[in-house]
Design a protein around this ligand. Sequence first.
Ligand SMILES: [Zn+2]
Length: 527
Amino acid sequence: MLCKVYCACCNGLEVTTITVEVSVSVGIQYRLVGLPDSAIKESQQRIDSALTCNGYRLPGKKLTINLAPANIRKEGSSFDVPLAIGILCASKQLEENITERLSSFIILGELALDGTLREIPGALPIIIHSMNQGFSSCILPRNSALEGAEIDGITIYGASTFKDVVDILSSPESCKNMIVSSKNISMQKSSSQEKNNYDFALVKGQLKAKRGLEIAAAGSHNVILTGSPGSGKTFMAKCLPGILPPMSKEEAIETSKIYSVAGLLQMMTNNENHTGGLIRQRPFRAPHHTITVPALIGGGNKGMPGEISLAHNGVLFADEFAEFDRRSIEVLRQPLEDGVVQVSRVRSKNYYPARFMLVAAMNPCPCGHLFDGAGECKCSSSAISKYRAKISGPVYDRIDINLIVRQVAASDLIFGGDVKEEPSSVIAERVKAARDIQLKRYSSNNESFFTNAAISSSGLKRYCSLGKREELFMEAVINRHKISARGYTRILKIARTIADLAHSDSITMNHLAEAVQFRCPDKDELF
Ligand SMILES: [Zn+2]
């Protein structure tokens, strides 16, 4: 008898429905075909043991199992459960009505030897794919099923054991207690209520740097902070998540899918005030400067997402940017431009979204003390140039906002001690208002982008148009600072954000002047 069970596999974020066909005929053999990897080939031992523990058995006949379509490589141990169900149905160890019901289910899970189910990677993209393909239900290991708790439009069962899977298939109506829904997740507190050790209220002075970071957060612009060790640049960068707006549901789904494929979603969403569901906080990834290229952009033999994709819709913080391997800095060029990264593997390529805000921090010179006053820095000018050249022109060109962070003057620290600095929560409100303006403007025009940093080249004319006076001003600025075409568009986008923070429809001279100052600080400020 031939039996079909449906499951799915992920290659990157791309999901394909896999049909498990099991046929039982005369003879004794166990054959698995259709490009399975070694983990799937080893499934026979796990299935055999799990079936025996649950009162079933592998039939002593010739079993042929095909995983279709045959040209797609299948990996991992997620196919144990669909294989086991297929074997039981084909050998008539389960009731007839189950066989008929199988066509509306996607089933996945790894089996432990006693028949308990182990979680699988990629549950969230698989659930969304199943819904789009018209399947009415999914059966997944309990913890994996919780990843889909906020997805409507498909019934998701969370099974703890192989027996649960058989029970659900025999009588879905009597297993409603295993259905996962948004009731299963205890909602996360809103980001403002969460305890945050990094708050702009703790940063004395530094008004210009704070303003620059506010603009960066409001338009999702890339930013670099240059300053001496101890000037507070790392601390300020870590304050950024506290002023970023919460993710929309679409953004939360996009980011959570990447974590799901990497097997990290449950770790991110299971904590004291949250269980299951989607990531709501914008990610903040801070890889160390010794990170390898594959760990940064993704890869390895499984083609896993890297740090830049885990930072999608959030922040990639590169502290000590000049200490990163030259190649690690260079590979950021393409994703910074396109918002996606292509990850090569042995026989295929995976694509992952990687639209992140790059926040880099570096010292002004090899010793770090160039800004600390005369005589402090002993670096030669050629050593300083060489150090700065580690960040190549093309990468530098893609960083919108250039912030110089100086040590806070002692007088400010002592006499300004009583001055109340603005807390992150107040800045966050302004940032959110500016982001809402952008979201409304771009979604009402059916654009594919939502922030000023991501405005397409065709969108520039439409959303960043200038008056005659402003055009003449920009012409003078371009000639004076020798600004590239890319630099010019970046200034326009920053100016658009500054205008949005001021709730202004048009971009004025003031907005442009401030944008230029952040994009191209005076040379004497840098040296
Ligand atoms: Zn120095």
